[in-house]
Write a protein that binds this ligand. Structure first.
Ligand code: 4NP
Length: 168
């Protein structure tokens, strides 16, 4: 399949959102940026960021379990936690939550008339063996982070296939 649009005409911006912006959404940002680079899709994107719905960890680096999991799989991580605000919705074509609670918070704070796609990342899943919801791993063990990593990889590749098309 050819790419669906020419990056000279349009570029996409994507925000990943979880509760604290230290575990799941920085992982999603890191994996997504890594795959975009690997696949040569960088020209298709103007901005890829991540946020928390809460401000609890503003300025902090990702949780070491999240960054270790990424680095172990060859995915670089470089982020400082930030909180999403109403004005951010107009900066992104896609505002993507990890779980249903993130999604309901995002829908609540989204400005009227905003045109962003606001959904959970699992919306793009094609393999139902992966849970649709990227669950909060904060109070669990490393296996939770490993599972999040696998889910997010699948969702990322499916997002890129469905929203950009493949380069072949
Ligand atoms: P995240 O995980 O939303 O994936 O970043 C959490 C991080 C911190 C807390 C909860 C979830 N917390 O309670 O501080």
């Amino acid at each position: 399949m050819a790419p669906l649009f020419d990056p000279k005409d349009k570029q996409l911006s994507v925000a990943f959102v979880c509760l604290g912006n230290i575990c799941r959404s920085p992982m999603a940002e890191a994996i997504f940026k890594h795959r975009v680079k690997e696949l040569g899709y960088s020209p298709y994107f103007s901005n890829i960021e991540s946020f928390g719905t809460s401000g609890w960890h503003i300025g902090e680096s990702p949780d070491s379990r999240s960054s270790k999991c990424c680095r172990k799989h060859g995915v670089p991580v470089n982020h400082q936690a930030q909180q999403i605000s109403t004005k951010d919705f107009d900066r992104f074509d896609y505002v993507i939550g990890m779980d249903e609670s993130n999604l309901s918070d995002l829908k609540y704070m989204r400005p009227k008339n905003n045109k962003s796609v606001v959904d959970v990342f699992g919306k793009w899943r094609t393999n139902e063996e992966f849970d649709k919801i990227v669950s909060d791993p904060y109070y669990g063990g490393n296996d939770g982070f490993e599972y999040n990593f696998k889910q997010i990889n699948h969702f990322t590749d499916e997002f890129l296939k469905q929203e950009i098309g493949t380069l072949d």
